[in-house]
Design a protein around this ligand. Structure first.
Ligand code: PLP
Length: 379
C-alpha cells in the first residue's frame, strides 16, 4: 500500500485519461495531416481535444498550442515574448521563487546581455504587485510571474500585476507559469489579463510529455519549431495524439469537479496542519499558502532527505522540496531566508482529488515516528 502525497511533483494518470490514450493509439492512430479518413478523423479528434483543454482553461481553442511539457511552454513564452518586444528593451522582471523552467532561461538571457530583476518574497513567500511596479523600467520587455509556487503553495498576484502593467502603460508582455495553478485554483488567462500562460499535463493526472501554451488572441509569436506547419505553424511536428487525448480527458474531468476537488484538498490540508500541531510538535508550518494542494513544513533539526527516506520505507511519499532539485538546496527556501535548522528540515506535502484520509493518517504516523526515532542531525 502506498500513500502518495507528492502530487506537486507529478500526479498518477487518471483511468479516464489512460482510456483516452489507449483509444487514440489503437483506434484513432492516423496522422492528423493525412487526407484520407483515418487522418481526417484524427484531425477532428485533435480539434475536440484542443477544445476540451481550452474550455478547462477558459480560453479560445485558437489561443491554445500543445507543447511537450511545462518547461517547453515556459522557455517558448519567455524567448518569444522578448523577440516580439525586441525593440522595447532588454529588461525582464521575474521572481526569485520561479521554477527552474523560468529561472534558467532567464540566467541564459543574462549571459546574452539581458538584465533580469528577481523579486524577493517575504518570509511567507508573498510577492506584491507593488514590487513589480517599483522594478518596472521603460525598457522592461517581459514580466514572468508564476500563479502558484510549487514548493509553498503561495498564490502570486498575477492579476494585479496585469493591472499595473496596463495602468502604467508599460510595454512589457506578461507571462504566467500556471503549471501548479491549473485545475487547482479557479482562474482564466483572460481574467488574469496575461499575454502568455503555461500549463502541463502531468500535474493534472495526464501523462508526462504533454502541455500547452496559451497565447492571447492577436499576439503573433515566432515559431518554436519549423517543419510541417502543425500548431498553426508555430510548433511543427506530428501531434502527440495519445498524450493530447489523455490531457484533454484529464482537463475536462478536472474542470467538471474543480470546486469539489478544491474543497477536498483544502480539507485534507487543514486537517494535516491541525494534526501536525497536535501530534508532531517538532513540525513547523512554513507557509500557509493559498493553494489547496501544497503544504510546506519543516521538521526542525532533522535532515529532510533522511525523513523522506524514513517515510518512503513506510510507503509514504512526500518530497524534500521540488523534485527538480535532486537533493540540491531549494532556492525557494533560500529566498525565504529561513534559519538553517528550518531550511534543512523542509518537507513538501501535496494533495490531489484522489488523496484519501488513510494517506493523511499514514503521513501523521510516519512523521510522528520520524520525530521520535530519528536523531536530530543538527550540530
Ligand atoms: N513550472 C512549475 C511551477 C512546476 O512546478 C513545474 C514542474 O514541476 C514546471 C514548471 C515544469 O513542468 P514540466 O515538468 O511539465 O516540464
Amino acid at each position: 500500500m502506498i500513500h502518495y502525497l507528492d502530487n506537486a511533483a507529478t500526479t498518477p494518470v487518471r483511468p479516464e485519461a489512460v482510456q483516452a490514450a489507449v483509444e487514440a493509439m489503437t483506434q484513432g492512430w492516423g496522422n492528423p495531416s493525412s487526407r484520407y479518413e483515418l487522418g481526417t478523423k484524427a484531425a477532428a479528434r485533435m480539434k475536440e481535444w484542443r477544445g476540451n483543454v481550452a474550455q478547462a482553461l477558459g480560453c479560445l481553442p485558437e489561443e491554445l498550442f500543445f507543447t511537450s511539457c511545462g518547461t517547453e511552454g515556459d522557455n517558448w513564452a519567455i524567448q518569444s515574448a522578448l523577440e516580439v518586444n525586441r525593440r522595447r528593451g532588454k529588461h525582464i522582471i521575474t521572481t526569485a521563487i520561479e521554477h527552474a523552467a523560468v529561472l534558467e532561461p532567464c540566467r541564459e538571457l543574462e549571459r546574452r546581455g539581458y538584465e533580469v530583476t528577481y523579486l524577493e518574497p517575504d518570509r511567507q513567500g508573498n510577492i506584491t504587485a507593488a514590487q513589480v511596479e517599483e522594478a518596472m523600467r521603460p525598457d522592461t520587455a517581459l514580466v514572468s510571474m508564476m500563479l502558484v509556487n510549487n514548493e509553498l503553495g503561495a498564490i502570486l498576484p498575477v492579476g494585479e500585476v496585469a493591472q499595473v502593467i496596463r495602468r502604467t502603460g508599460c510595454p512589457a508582455l506578461l507571462h504566467c507559469d500556471a503549471v501548479q495553478g491549473f485545475l487547482k485554483i479557479p482562474f482564466s488567462p483572460k481574467k488574469l489579463g496575461v499575454d502568455l500562460l503555461t500549463v502541463s499535463g502531468h500535474k493534472i493526472h495526464a501523462p508526462k510529455g504533454v502541455g500547452a501554451l496559451y497565447v492571447r488572441k492577436g499576439l503573433k509569436l515566432p515559431p518554436l519549431i519549423w517543419g510541417g506547419g502543425q500548431e498553426e505553424g508555430l510548433r511543427s511536428g506530428t501531434e502527440a495524439t495519445a498524450q493530447i487525448a489523455a490531457f484533454a480527458a484529464a482537463a475536462r474531468l478536472g474542470r467538471q469537479t474543480l470546486e469539489e476537488d478544491m474543497a477536498h484538498m483544502a480539507r485534507l490540508k487543514e486537517e494535516t496542519v491541525r494534526r501536525l500541531a497536535e501530534e508532531v510538535p517538532k513540525a513547523k508550518l512554513l507557509a500557509q499558502g493559498g493553494a489547496p494542494h501544497i503544504l510546506a513544513i519543516s521538521l526542525v533539526g532533522y535532515k529532510s532527505e533522511v525523513v523522506v527516506r524514513f517515510l518512503s520505507d513506510r510507503g509514504v511519499y512526500i518530497s524534500s522540496g521540488s523534485a527538480c532539485h535532486k537533493g540540491k538546496p531549494s532556492h525557494v527556501f533560500a529566498a525565504l531566508k529561513l534559519p538553517k535548522g528550518e531550511r534543512d528540515g523542509v518537507l513538501r506535502i501535496s494533495f490531489s482529488y484522489d488523496t484519501k484520509q488513510e494517506d493523511v493518517d499514514a503521513l501523521i504516523e510516519g512523521l510522528k515516528g520520524a520525530s521520535e526515532k530519528l536523531f536530530p542531525s543538527l550540530s
